[in-house]
Design a protein. Structure first.
Length: 132
């Protein structure tokens, strides 16, 4: 699995480029840990302040995309704030060794856990040895 950021396939208009340049939204790459076990890969991403409704995880053209919008969850509007909540964005290029149709995701207390199972062709095949 390779981290990547995919550029838009279609060229945006000059007006859209100016708007994108001046966008007030900021994105940060959430920290992730990636583990491999006998069944596949496990990706654990820290997304503090992101709820299930504000989380978008998807795969398109072999690219796994994690996008989240954070909220502080406090009632009312801030009168004074010394920090700004940011949005999260990260992409990974998946190999054909991942069974993309069986990827699962769970969000618990701001921690996203993705299970990326190995494709059948990538699983280790045990060969029985006979003794004569």
């Amino acid at each position: 699995m390779i981290e990547t950021t995919v550029a838009s396939l279609s060229k945006p208009s000059p007006q859209a480029q100016r708007e994108a340049t001046h966008s007030r939204e900021r994105y940060v790459a959430p920290p992730v840990d990636i583990y491999e076990n006998e069944n596949g890969l496990v990706v654990v991403a820290d997304l503090p302040g992101v709820s299930k409704e504000d989380l978008d995880v998807g795969v398109e053209n072999d690219i796994l995309t994690i996008r989240g919008v954070s909220h502080d969850g406090l009632p009312g509007n801030a009168i004074y704030s010394e920090f700004e909540l940011v949005h999260y964005f990260r992409q990974f290029e998946l190999s054909d060794k991942v069974d993309q149709s069986r990827i699962t995701a769970e969000l618990k207390h701001g921690v996203l856990t993705l299970i990326l199972p190995k494709a059948e062709a990538a699983r280790l095949k045990k060969i029985e040895v006979s003794v004569n």
